[in-house]
Write a protein that binds this ligand. Structure first.
Ligand code: F6P
Length: 466
């Protein structure tokens, strides 16, 4: 049996119910790792200029291997190229890019550092699965160091069209690096298409049979694997969340009021400003909702030392202040806005309590909050998911109330519709979304990606003339 080595910038070390406010990658990969076991390699989350030795720690069937980052590495790799170039670019915000050659070389340097540590632990029969935009060059670096193991890459974010990709200096290197993987996975057809077009038109490569791409002597397969959630296990986690003190306090504080909930890292891709404006419009145009609804927005601060994130935080504070100042009463707060995370079981129970789940990003790879919100609902009285058509999840969850996150009036109308939706329509929509999520859960995601990777790298399946 081949051992699995997962590599991602962040690793998650807690069990399903107690996980904190990690993003989709950590939650999704953890669920997959819990089942398969293996090694999970990544950044320790610590910045330390003195201690660079890798730490090994075994928990259950997962061996965690983590390394610290030096301050300069953190600045250039994480804060710089990954989150001030690739993140805005991949989320269609090129005007927020802050490119510098220095950050790019720091990004490559950290990928080399990861490769050096990995070379100490990779055995010939291991399967290597690398995740996300932080680590695009890692496969190429490992190949150049002689690693011949199957190496797959999964991108959790969107992948841009060639027109957008061209806005970053050296964009061809991004495409070319990805071609060093045996299998590259994307969240949606649109992301996959962006990559294929990039390889063909940007590099002059070609598309062969069976999703294979060729550029010079490089071949790789690129396919769509929409990430998902633990559909079977999550209702039990939500049950446990209902016994927490935080949940009980929320429940008691609501009385008869309907709850709307949003849970997003404080990130400009999440569409929070327009979402707040839509809620403002809902209250401003529909008196019947005054005092009858509460909107809880949970947004842990994220990447706060990147300027665009600091600017966003100030902007949202203003919008929140406006809503509270305009509509609140001495005994009713229309908005509860929190910059901290909660245990995952508590969040799942809160989803279940909420009449409306708001997931309105301006662009998102998948958005697992959307899927978790659906799975957490009570079958006999489910809430309504209001979902941006620009989240990857909208490709599968088309029975949600789909909105354009740039259309503030449209979103205000969708909120009113969701709050007033009759029970039979809520149940029909929920059942339709659940039928997708039962088939396409996190384990199916992992099995289909790894199954394809192993199949593609079996010696007899390689056909370089195809
Ligand atoms: O793919 C997006 C991602 O890398 C996921 O891990 C998660 O959604 C989020 O970004 C976490 O961000 P950070 O690791 O910068 O806190």
């Amino acid at each position: 049996m081949s051992r699995l080595i997962v590599v991602s910038n962040r690793v998650a070390k807690t069990d399903g119910a107690n996980k904190g406010s990690e993003g989709g990658l950590a939650v999704g990969v953890m669920a997959a790792m819990e089942k398969a076991g293996g090694v999970w390699f990544g950044w320790s989350g610590k910045v330390d200029n003195r201690d660079e030795t890798a730490k090994h720690e075994v928990r259950g069937n997962i061996e965690y291997v983590t390394v610290n980052m030096r301050q300069s590495e953190y600045n250039q790799y994480y804060k710089g190229y990954a989150n001030s170039v690739l993140w805005p670019l991949f989320h269609q915000r090129p005007e927020l890019m802050q490119y510098s050659d220095r950050d790019l070389s720091g990004y490559i340097q950290v990928n080399k550092k990861f490769a050096e540590e990995l070379l100490k632990i990779i055995a010939p029969t291991d399967t290597i699965w690398i995740h996300d935009y932080h680590l695009i060059p890692l496969g190429k670096i490992l190949r150049e160091a002689g690693v011949r193991n199957p190496i797959g890459f999964f991108l959790h974010t969107p992948f841009p069209s060639l027109d957008l990709l061209r806005t970053v200096p050296g964009y061809k290197n991004v495409l070319e690096a990805l071609l060093h993987y045996d299998l590259v996975g994307f969240q949606t057809e649109a992301d996959h298409l962006g990559f294929c077009m990039g390889v063909c038109q940007g590099l002059g490569g070609e598309i062969l049979k069976h999703d294979r791409l060729r550029y010079g002597d490089r071949h790789c397969t690129a396919r769509v694997y929409p990430i998902s959630v633990e559909t079977q296990a999550l209702p039990g986690v939500a049950d446990r969340g209902e016994t927490t003190q935080e949940y009980q306090r929320l429940y008691e504080s609501l009385g008869d009021r309907k709850l709307l909930i949003g849970v997003d890292r404080l990130d400009y891709s999440k569409g929070l400003v327009r979402r707040f404006q839509a809620y403002d419009r809902l209250l401003g145009h529909n008196n019947e909702f005054l005092r009858q609804v509460v909107y809880l927005q949970i947004s842990p601060t994220s990447r706060g030392d990147v300027q665009a994130y600091g600017d966003l935080a100030k902007r949202i504070d203003r919008e929140a202040g406006h809503i509270i100042g305009t509509y609140a009463d001495f005994d009713w707060m229309p908005l509860r806005y929190l910059n901290r995370g909660f245990r995952r079981k508590t969040i799942l129970a809160m989803y279940r309590l909420a009449h409306v789940g708001l997931v309105t990003p301006l662009k998102d790879g998948m958005n697992l909050v959307a899927k978790e919100y659906v799975v957490a609902q009570k079958p006999e009285d489910p809430g309504v998911l209001v979902l941006s058509e620009l989240a990857g999840a909208a490709d599968e969850l088309d029975a949600a109330v789909i909105v354009n996150p740039y259309d503030v009036d449209g979103m205000a109308g969708a909120l009113a519709k969701a709050l007033q939706m009759p029970l039979d329509e809520r149940v029909d929509r929920w059942k339709s979304m659940m039928s997708v999520l039962k088939k396409q859960d996190i384990h199916a995601w992992q099995q289909s990606f790894l199954g394809d990777l192993l199949h593609l790298t079996k010696p007899q399946t390689i056909d370089s003339t195809a």
